[in-house]
Design a protein around this ligand. Structure first.
Ligand SMILES: Cc1cc2nc3c(=O)[nH]c(=O)nc-3n(C[C@H](O)[C@H](O)[C@H](O)COP(=O)(O)O)c2cc1C
Length: 213
């Protein structure tokens, strides 16, 4: 197999912040776009997934758990890695990942990545992404923010990561929770140039009521 035939996945790191629907939307949209996904779910994220979906996400049964979580059985493009597995593919710069999306990102993950702690596979894979100068998107979910997190976010920006807060815009016409989630997921994919139809793009035209003003 030559290099052009090699599977080149996006690493999706799910950390233990509220907002597991953001991760589900990003994974679904990557697969719909024909992209391969390498999934790393932190230990803490198992608790948020359980809390927000009722699904106990297990390494040994990840296919069935992920299918229930994101609502599709078509998982051929997905590879799952255990968060404690430092021998996993995304742990090495020679693994041919396209880049990494941390969705949602905790303040802890932001700190660990900014400081290069590599305390688990998610943080190690992010460190590798930065050192290989590949795209890294960090979709933070926390509010309000304390000073130390703000410093870590500035550091991530300086290192070339895209800091993309889970902050839905309402101009795309979305009113349901699903539409607002998909807006954020769509902006994550925009940051790495993956096509999607997750939200209606701004076309320079105000809505009728605003135009009439
Ligand atoms: C239900 C629940 C929701 C949480 N939501 C957030 C959150 O929105 N943002 C955040 O930074 N931490 C949140 N936490 C705390 C993190 O899970 C915790 O700091 C954890 O150590 C992060 O580990 P990780 O970065 O390895 O996933 C939440 C915890 C629980 C149990």
């Amino acid at each position: 197999m030559n290099d052009s035939q090699v599977r080149r996945p996006w690493v999706v790191g799910v950390s233990g912040a509220s907002g597991t629907p953001y991760a589900a939307s990003v994974i679904r949209a990557l697969l719909a776009a024909g992209e391969a996904v390498d999934l790393v779910v932190s230990r803490a994220a198992r608790l948020t997934i359980l809390d927000e979906t009722g699904i106990a996400y297990r390494d040994a049964h990840w296919r069935e758990d992920l299918a229930r979580w994101i609502g599709t059985d078509d998982l051929d493009g997905v590879r799952h890695w255990s968060a404690g597995d430092f021998a996993a593919g995304p742990s090495s710069g020679s693994y041919p990942a396209k880049g990494m999306l941390v969705v949602p990102a905790t303040t802890g993950a932001v700190a660990g990545i900014a400081l290069g702690l590599s305390k688990d596979l998610l943080q190690r894979a992010a460190a590798v992404t930065l050192k290989e100068r590949r795209p890294l998107v960090v979709c933070l979910r926390e509010t309000p923010l304390n000073g130390v997190t703000l410093k870590h976010l500035v550091e991530l920006d300086a290192q070339g990561a895209v800091v993309l807060p889970a902050s839905p815009g309402f101009y795309a016409g979305g009113s349901t929770a699903r539409e607002l989630v998909d807006f954020v997921a769509g902006r994550v994919l925009d940051a790495v140039g993956v096509p999607h139809a997750l939200y209606r793009r701004w076309d320079g035209e105000l809505g009728a009521a605003a135009k009439a003003e």
